[in-house]
Design a protein around this ligand. Structure first.
Ligand code: TYM
Length: 350
């Protein structure tokens, strides 16, 4: 079975972008894959070191996973800091990756802002830890939103450079397999990672501005639907969502140049597990005054049960903590197997 890995940071409230871009895909992938889903708490201290309630934030992401339908017994749900092998492999990857690669990351440039010299070293090295998260399990498939694409390309670059730099050691220790990456046949220890980004809402946009990503850090709460919003709030936010004055087109091409319309249709399609084409076949020619109430009903139908279950789970911290502890133990055993081999490949005595 293919091995799937993904992570979500325990910072701020989860929103519809996180749900449609990531968590909903995590749920669907469980059927045919072996899945590991991680609350990446080590990443959450890269941009902001001190958090008011980090334990509560970590539990709320785990609760969102389970409430959305992730089965923590068949698959693995855990928090990153419980498996120190992530940080250990990240250190090795810090020595594989080049500073120039990190400096080119758009997320680093955005988050560091103008005062780059004053960003934490952890924020610069963030993609190295992300590569370690995935490769410490030698996972091959990574469901994420579109904003993580560049980080996953870097993950492939790190794996490739490790495989090439250590190729003779990998072979000599009897590890790795022969693969072809691009044109080049190599003997690889780490597999190439495939991002899973598709679907009708790989990049959910702000409800106030269809050219900006829906994000935890947008100062306007009206810009996003939070997973913990009640039905009245969801209805209000969709009613107030920015649109243009035209009716919906009957084909996807007609959404070009209409980012707000495209966003709402994409959200509808993702929530309904249908394509944008199918949604436009149904709503083409209709005004937003018809489409928005239908979207409100659908969003509430899908989200209200998840919100309810999340609240219930968050009241039962002992249960969530037990899930994380159990997932952590299983993840640690797998990660340690990789690390014993990696230490041997590099030549560390153990
Ligand atoms: P994070 O915590 O910012 O976001 C979690 C997931 O939600 C997706 N996402 C979106 N998708 C569509 N539209 C949006 N507006 C939107 N906003 C967020 C993100 O793409 C992500 O999939 N670096 C990662 C966490 C991470 C990770 C990993 C992911 C750490 N290690 C290893 C995969 C594999 C992040 O900050 O996600």
């Amino acid at each position: 079975k293919p091995l799937v890995f993904s992570g979500v940071q325990p910072t701020g409230n989860l929103h519809l972008g996180n749900y449609l871009g990531a968590i909903r895909k995590f749920v669907a992938l469980q059927e045919n894959n072996d899945c590991i889903y991680c609350v990446v708490d080590l990443h959450s201290i890269t941009a902001q070191l001190v958090h008011d309630d980090l334990p509560g934030q970590i539990r709320s992401i785990a609760a969102a996973f389970v409430a959305s339908g992730i089965d923590p017994e068949k698959h693995i749900v855990f928090n990153q800091s419980a498996v120190p092998q992530h940080a250990e492999l990240a250190w090795i990857f810090n020595c594989v990756a080049r500073i120039g690669w990190m400096n080119r990351m758009t997320q680093f440039k955005d988050k560091a802002g103008k005062d780059r010299e004053n960003a934490s070293l952890g924020l610069l090295a963030y993609p190295s830890l992300m590569a370690a998260d995935i490769l410490v399990y030698r996972a091959t498939h990574v469901p994420v939103g579109d904003d993580q694409k560049q980080h996953l390309e870097l993950t492939r670059d790190i794996a490739q450079k490790f495989n090439i730099d250590f190729m003779e050691h990998i072979r000599a220790r009897g590890y790795g397999v022969d693969i072809v990456v691009g044109e080049e046949p190599i003997h690889a220890y780490f597999p190439p990672v495939e991002p899973l980004i598709g679907g009708p809402a790989p990049r959910v946009m702000s409800l106030r501005d269809g050219t900006k990503k829906m994000s935890k850090s947008d100062p306007s709460d009206l810009s996003r639907i939070n997973l913990m919003d009640d039905p009245e709030t969801i209805a209000k936010k969709i009613r107030k969502a920015k649109t243009d004055p035209d009716a919906l087109p009957s084909e996807v091409e007609g959404l070009k140049g209409r980012p707000e319309a495209e966003n709402l249709v994409g959200i509808y399609a993702a929530l309904a597990d249908r394509t944008k084409d199918a949604i436009l076949a149904e709503f083409g020619g209709q005004q937003f005054s018809v489409f928005k109430p239908a979207l409100i009903d659908l969003a509430v139908d899908v989200l209200a049960p998840i919100t309810g279950e999340m609240r219930r789970l968050m009241d039962d911290t002992a249960h969530i903590d037990a899930i994380l502890r159990n997932g952590g133990e299983r993840a640690r055993a797998r990660a340690e197997k990789t690390m014993r081999e990696v230490r041997e490949i590099i030549g560390f005595l153990q």
